[in-house]
Design a binder for this molecule. Structure first.
Ligand code: NAP
Length: 339
């Protein structure tokens, strides 16, 4: 027997509780939040599974200076809270839970978490991306003990200490600049002799008295005892190896899309991002849309992720109204042939 309590369906003893959503959104970064806002404004009562960290990668940064409408910049946490509040104002619901399994072979789609089974008429995947690892000895062992992927979270622990930042993109340079607030010295270790970061960030970093650079060099090992004490470096041009004493290692070498959940069910591109088969957000399964960094290896900005979120919600609305139109026609046909 089905028992419905406050929108939650329980199918009997031993079963996990079930709930149906017209639009289910997995992920709470700018893409998921904006999808929730748009779907809520369309009265589609979206439900957002936020994952463990509300805000996704944005939550790992301190302030956002290139999101329009905030000429002085805005604290990342505040922007996330504002996104959420705005979506909630129109009826979006946020559940702090982690999707562990999806079944896209049936419709409504099925999404499982540890304690719940959700079904959804339309699904928006906005699971973002995770920091890429260096994959060198010592990296895993010293994560949280001197190795970090988040300057905002861990910078404070390196007050008056010496740290290296690995990478040469926008993230590496921006986070190196942030770390100068705390650290005595920040050394950017880059595998080439030219940064990839935007020119204005480069200019700031080159001019900063606390930042220096080691070019054409990779980290081959992270060494320490209770905490990081040194890194082993190799010059990729000369092959020369040396050890450099250091207190902290911040790694910003790009990201890997979080697609484990949909592997084998949605088409992925050669780099592992969700493949967009039509327009901006349509995936290989009709009714399943992708938004933000899980499907965007190119732009990866708060504004572009938010834009994809809006597009995904609009496409979800089109999908649902086409479906109910088709269902209406089918019912009419059955009624006509029966009479
Ligand atoms: P990214 O642009 O992909 O840069 C990654 C950097 O890490 C590159 O310099 C790369 O070297 C280096 N790298 C990659 N694998 C490595 C390895 N195994 N060992 C050593 N170095 C390695 O990543 P990102 O900096 O995280 O930026 C991602 C996106 O977010 C970009 O589109 C960026 O514009 C955007 N973003 C924007 C802002 C902003 O607008 N303020 C801030 C942060 C990020 P090579 O240069 O040799 O390839």
């Amino acid at each position: 027997m089905e028992l419905k309590i406050g929108g939650v369906l329980s199918t009997g003893a031993g079963d996990t509780a079930q709930e149906h959503a017209k639009v289910l959104i997995i992920g709470s970064g700018p893409a998921g939040m904006t999808a929730a806002l748009y779907a809520a404004r369309d009265e589609l009562s979206p439900l957002v599974l936020t994952g463990m960290d509300l805000g996704g990668q944005v939550a790992l940064t301190e302030s956002i200076e290139n999101y329009p409408g905030f000429p002085e910049g805005i604290a990342a946490q505040e922007l996330i809270e504002r996104f959420k509040k705005q979506a909630e104002r129109f009826g979006a619901r946020f559940v702090m839970d982690v999707a562990t399994e999806v079944d896209l072979s049936q419709h409504p789609f099925v999404v499982k978490t540890y304690g719940m089974t959700y079904t959804a008429d339309a699904l928006i995947i906005a699971t973002g991306a995770s920091p890429r690892k260096l994959e060198v000895p010592g990296e895993q062992e010293f994560t949280g003990r001197g190795v970090s992927y988040c300057a905002t979270c861990d910078g404070w622990f390196f007050k008056d200490k010496k740290v290296i930042v690995v990478g040469g993109g926008d993230s590496a340079v921006e986070e190196a600049l942030f770390l100068t607030r705390y650290a005595e010295k920040v050394t950017i270790v880059h595998r080439r002799d030219q940064l990839r970061a935007q020119p204005f960030l480069q200019k700031k970093a080159f001019a900063h008295p606390k930042i220096d650079f080691i070019w054409d060099t990779v980290v081959t090992e992270i060494l320490g005892d209770d905490a990081v004490k040194a890194v082993r470096l190799r010059n990729v041009k000369t092959g020369e190896e040396r050890e450099m004493p250091i207190d902290g290692v911040f790694i910003f070498i790009g990201h890997i899309p979080n697609t484990d959940l949909v592997k084998g069910q949605l088409e992925l591109d050669e780099r592992g991002y969700i493949k967009i088969v039509e327009g901006w957000v349509k995936t290989s399964v009709p009714g399943v849309f992708a938004a933000g960094e899980v499907a965007d290896p190119v732009y990866r900005q708060v504004i572009t992720s938010a834009g994809m979120g809006a597009a995904a919600a609009i496409e979800a609305r089109h999908f649902l109204s086409n479906q109910s139109e088709m269902e209406g026609k089918a019912q009419l046909q059955v009624a006509t042939s029966a009479s």
